[in-house]
Design a binder for this molecule. Structure first.
Ligand code: ATP
Ligand code: LTN
Length: 333
């Protein structure tokens, strides 16, 4: 029997999940999950590269598990787990840091962005973050990594690290590919459409969260920044706000840009914003309701992440054992 190919992906519990993380990543996790063996992680070790409030981090992590399930990831068919529950991630990260170059890490745009935004906390973890991400992926001998556009550079570095390691020690790691959606790879802020919609972004009104109520979602879309033109047309250079709304509408409804342009020809931005808002309300309504129900059942969530960590740890241990042996570490008895 052929073994299914593997998927690994993760999201930091650094803020509440946004429409950006849904359209860029989770939507594809769900779509791909039938054909692959999937590991979907909540990467709490990554989240502490920015200062977190402990009680909020704990609450958000549990809520994120509930939201993964509510989005359609069945825990019986997907391994859903919390990164800090599988120590192999931190262990392999250290090893891979010794095979990652200072110059490579210095070129990472996420590091440059985040260090310019948090100049008072440019910690070593923020710098070595991509080596931990490489460990996440390589531990599972992953074939495919579904992500948004902003993470492409990190997956490319992961491939370089894997190839470098394999060149010295033989075929230890599978070299993974990224999977980036055609529509929705980069959802922009509703208030500053030049910037990515980001859960740790302060710009009020720029984000739509998966758990937002319908009236909050409608308000965010009605207030979305557009332009002084009146035509609904896809032009990401000069009409960033409208193009972003078209991307969101297309990802929510499956309609093409041409269909959207035709449907709104001769209508104003007001009608269009209302239609986009309504499509997102209907997309998110079942997710929010399901997550709210799941969050009332803490025992069930505990069972899910416990079973997930056990399954993940078994796979991860095999790769780590092989790596330690190749490096020349004396085997633990
Ligand atoms: P943070 O603000 O803490 O950096 P984030 O909101 O950027 O977080 P991540 O946890 O970094 O979100 O991303 C989770 C996944 O969702 C990644 O695969 C990422 O590429 C994708 N993603 C995040 N934001 C967007 C977006 N605006 N558009 C498309 N994909 C996104
Ligand atoms: N770096 C990613 C989150 C992340 C991830 C991963 C994504 C950590 N480990 C492994 C895919 C695979 C981010 O900041 N969005």
């Amino acid at each position: 029997m052929d073994q299914k190919k593997r998927i690994f992906s993760g999201i930091q519990p650094s803020g509440d999940l946004t429409l950006g993380s849904y359209m860029g990543a989770i939507k594809n996790w769900v779509e791909l999950s039938g054909g692959y063996e999937c590991f979907y992680c909540i990467v709490d070790l990554h989240a502490i590269t920015a200062r977190q409030v402990p009680a909020e981090l704990r609450k958000r992590t549990l809520s994120q598990i509930a939201q993964y399930i509510a989005c359609g990831l069945d825990p019986d068919n997907n391994t859903l787990f919390i990164q800090s529950h599988v120590p192999a991630h931190a262990e392999l990260a250290w090893v891979l840091e010794c095979y990652t170059m200072f110059g490579e890490l210095s070129r990472m745009t996420q590091f440059k962005d985040k260090s310019s935004k948090n100049a008072d906390n440019i910690n070593a973890g923020l710098f070595t973050y991509p080596a931990l991400m490489a460990a996440d992926i390589l531990l599972y001998q992953t074939d495919l990594v579904p992500i948004g556009d902003d993470q492409k550079q990190h997956v490319e570095l992961t491939r370089d690290i894997a190839q470098r390691f394999n060149a010295v020690y033989g075929d230890v790691f599978k070299v993974p590919e990224h999977f980036i959606p055609k529509i929705g790879a980069r959802i922009m802020s509703l208030q500053v459409p030049e910037n990515k919609m980001s859960k740790s972004d302060a710009a009020a009104g720029g984000c739509v969260y998966l758990m937002d109520s319908p009236d909050v979602i409608m308000k965010a879309f009605k207030r979305a920044v557009t332009d002084s033109d009146t035509v609904v047309r896809y032009d990401p250079e000069s009409k960033k706000g409208i193009s972003n709304l078209m991307t969101i509408y297309s990802a929510a409804t499956g309609k093409s840009f041409a269909e959207i342009e035709n449907a709104f020809a001769g209508k104003g931005y007001g009608d269009f914003k209302t239609a986009v808002g309504e499509s997102v309300v209907e997309l998110l309504r079942p997710i929010r309701e399901r997550a709210e129900t799941l969050l009332k059942n803490k025992d069930y969530l505990t069972e899910v992440y416990k079973k997930g960590a056990d399954r993940a740890a078994r796979t991860a241990a095999g790769t780590l054992r092989k790596v330690y042996k190749k490096l020349g570490f004396v085997e633990r008895q």
